[in-house]
Design a protein around this ligand. Structure first.
Ligand code: ZN
Length: 278
């Protein structure tokens, strides 16, 4: 199943057309896309037999906004692909490198993002959306806590990130529009090989990153187990799982984003486009 938001209304699709959830459920589920994660199991049970006879709505691909507009928490992981750790001239981490992206930086598919300097870097990422929350989730149970997967960019101002004796990830990656996600959330059952997906991004048609999620040092179940050992994960939380190699900061000479279309893709999950402007 695919879950999206169109003009702030929750819509779902199981391969056919898109269905407006509030209308199709007779008001049992709210139109607010964020609210559905708080009753995820109930929603899945309804969707399993409530969709087929429902009236579809006409959507073109450009009318999606963020499918997870107000998560309580956004967690992100640094240096989680081997080749990216190498290009960053860092050792492979022994434990996941955890930071936060503040929720005010979220935006959706098709949005316009203003580049606040000429030193902004790209990082395509697979993003996990939590369904059922929890504390101390075991790795073997972790996928049961995932509502779905979406595509994200962890836009990063490298100069800000490097200020100070310790990395300033949280603020350097939380400027307005620095956390685009979307265009939709895809439930794990739609993906035959959910631990091995092609992941890439391109700027104005030029491929910048091209990897596979099977290269993750800490895959999704291990991240959920590690994070939830400390935190209580909440329904609708987001986890940015890290970026493959090919970022601009790791190049010689360094390269950063210029205005244009940044398209980020995860196989079977979707293509997320943002329009970059000065
Ligand atoms: Zn990142």
């Amino acid at each position: 199943m695919r879950i999206a938001s169109s003009h702030g209304r929750l819509v779902v699709s199981r391969g056919g057309g898109w269905i407006d959830v509030e209308k199709a459920s007779g008001g049992r589920f709210a139109h607010d896309p964020q609210a559905v994660y708080d009753c995820w199991d109930e929603f899945l049970a309804w969707a399993a037999d409530g969709l087929d006879s429902s009236e579809t709505v006409d959507l073109d691909g450009t009318s999606f906004d963020s499918p997870v507009p107000r998560p309580r928490q956004i967690m992100a992981i640094g240096l989680n692909y081997r080749e990216h750790a190498r290009e960053s001239q860092m050792a492979e981490p022994e434990y996941p490198v955890v930071f936060t992206k503040f929720p005010s930086s979220l935006t959706g598919h098709g949005s316009t993002v203003t580049l606040p300097s000429d030193g902004i870097d790209w990082e395509v990422e697979l993003v996990v959306v939590i369904g059922k929350g929890g504390h101390r989730i075991l790795p073997e149970k972790a996928w049961d806590h995932v509502a779905g997967l979406t595509v994200g960019q962890d836009l990063s101002w490298r100069e800000v990130q490097g200020r100070g004796p310790a990395p300033q990830f949280a603020i350097a990656k939380s400027y307005p529009g620095f956390s685009p996600v979307g265009p939709m959330v895809v439930t794990p059952d739609e993906l035959a090989e959910k631990d091995d997906l092609a992941i890439s991004c391109s700027l104005n048609g030029e491929v910048l990153q091209d990897g596979r999620t099977s290269d993750l040092i800490f895959p999704v179940p291990e991240l959920i187990a590690y994070l939830s050992e400390a935190l209580t994960l909440c329904p609708g939380d987001l986890i940015f799982t890290g970026t493959p190699s090919g970022v601009g900061n790791g190049r010689n000479p360094k390269r950063f984003l210029v205005p244009g279309d940044l398209v980020s893709t995860v196989e079977g999950v979707g293509d997320l486009t943002v329009h970059l402007v000065n």
